[in-house]
Design a protein around this ligand. Structure first.
Ligand code: SF4
Length: 439
């Protein structure tokens, strides 16, 4: 794996509509691990979002493309001038791709072709979409880069450095533009979302006409005012997370927390050097559910970490049965090149044993999930539609993030479109998915 994230330089010309497109392209690329470069020369690729409204705007666009060609050479052109590609091709036959206005998907595909995203399950925050792009009705909002923790199985701090938070004003403006562009659900991501702002001492920045601190709670509160679904990923159970639970109960943000616990046994957590690991986590979960009974917690775990014993596995499974987490994923430990865990000198767990532990874990969780999912039968819930269908549309509940959690299959007499939020009466459930009728 290349240690350096691909860098994109971006020039945005033109009207507010073009800016919204630029924002959408940048958000999408940022969520896939691309970084923005301040100069063309230091970038792997340049995107020029052009304006072709007046002759002077066309001239300015051609000039910007010319500068990008000479300073970098790898250039993708989009925006209004892209509607007349001949003019651009005549002047610059070597541009990599030309796409028209409001075609953010084609720009992002062109970037993937020229500088492929480096999908690595150990590093990436978003699921591997392959060639599929985030639909227009939801978007990932990346609030920071890097991480101050030093989990022993992880090389992200080495690759991406320490936490660098984006000022909250900038993040909220990006969110606002996405909402104006039709996004109905924002998925907040970073390596450690609850640590947001720590590196800049929670510095205030301007948002609308007031100062807002760059902090997890303020971020949740402000995003919660935007009238869309807001989902929080990669949250660690630090004490201040308690503050956002009432916002979930009030319906400002979704009653959903993605907390990568990774394990429950204190010995393993210590060897993993996990942040905020404490034996009172179960108490915290209980307290959160008292405040917001609707809360769904999703998590991931690793079995077979070096030094993990039979007792540790049993502890984890007993913990899981008590925690009753709604959505859970589990990985078998794989050493990552360069990670400190390789030098801990702990006994490696044999492959067959990892496999056996994984099956035990999954079996225990399947029983828990099935019970939780079955409890939803007969209820009326809100569902966001992801894919329209002739008779049955595919969507998600508030407790399901795209790609990683379950689906709700919705039968409806009226046609449903992607991005619609509808009330659905749940009629049946299978292991992970729900089936119901739009009411
Ligand atoms: S919290 Fe741990 S696992 Fe997550 S990015 Fe930071 S060091 Fe890696």
């Amino acid at each position: 794996m290349n240690a350096v994230a691909p860098k994109i330089s971006f020039v945005s010309l033109g009207c507010p509509k073009a800016l919204v497109d630029s924002e959408r392209i940048i958000t999408s690329l940022r969520s896939e691990g691309y970084e923005l470069s301040k100069s063309h020369a230091g970038a792997d690729l340049v995107i020029v979002n052009t304006c072709g409204f007046l002759d002077s705007a066309k001239a300015e666009s051609l000039e910007a493309i010319g500068a990008a060609m000479s300073e970098n050479g790898k250039v993708i052109v989009t925006g209004c001038m892209g509607a007349e590609p001949e003019q651009i091709r005549d002047a610059f036959p070597n541009v990599l791709a030309i796409t028209g206005p409001q075609a953010y998907e084609s720009v992002v595909s062109a970037v993937h072709q020229a500088v492929p995203p480096r999908h690595d399950p150990f590093v990436d925050l978003v699921p591997d979409h392959g060639i599929k792009l985030t639909p227009r009705h939801y978007a990932y909002l990346k609030i920071s880069e890097g991480c101050n923790n030093r989990c022993s199985f992880c090389i992200i701090p080495k690759l991406r450095g320490d936490l660098v938070s984006r000022p909250i004003g900038e993040v909220l403006r990006e969110a606002e533009k996405l909402v104006k562009a039709g996004v109905k659900e924002l998925l907040v991501i970073s390596q450690d979302t609850s640590a947001y702002g720590l590196d800049i001492k929670y510095a205030p920045s301007m948002w609308q006409d007031r100062e807002v601190r760059t902090r997890f709670f303020e971020l949740a509160r402000e995003l919660g005012q935007m009238g869309i679904w807001v989902r929080m990923h990669y949250v660690y159970p630090y004490p201040h997370v308690d503050e956002v639970i009432p916002l979930m109960q009030e319906g400002l943000i979704l009653p959903y927390l993605d907390i990568p616990f990774q394990h429950a046994s204190p010995n393993v957590l210590k060897a993993m050097k996990r942040p905020a690991h404490q034996d009172r986590t179960l108490d915290r979960l209980r307290k959160w559910r008292e405040i917001c009974p609707d809360l769904a917690i999703r998590s991931t775990f690793i079995v077979g970490f070096p030094g993990e014993t039979e007792e540790d596995v049993q502890f984890l499974i007993d913990w899981l049965k008590e925690a009753k987490l709604e959505r859970v994923g589990c990985f078998k430990y794989e050493p990552v090149k360069g990670a400190p865990a390789n030098d801990l000198g702990l006994a490696l767990v044999p492959e067959e044993e990892k496999e056996a532990r994984w099956h035990r874990f999954m079996k225990a969780q399947a029983e828990i999930s099935t019970r939780i999912v079955k409890n939803r039968v007969g209820k009326r819930i809100s569902v966001i539609i992801d894919e329209a269908g002739p008779t049955v549309a595919k969507g998600r509940s508030k407790w399901d993030a795209p790609e990683i959690d379950g689906n709700v299959y919705v039968a409806s007499r009226r046609p449903l479109r992607a991005g619609d939020i509808v009330t659905v009466k749940i009629e049946r459930a299978d292991a992970y998915d729900l089936h119901g009728v739009a009411v």
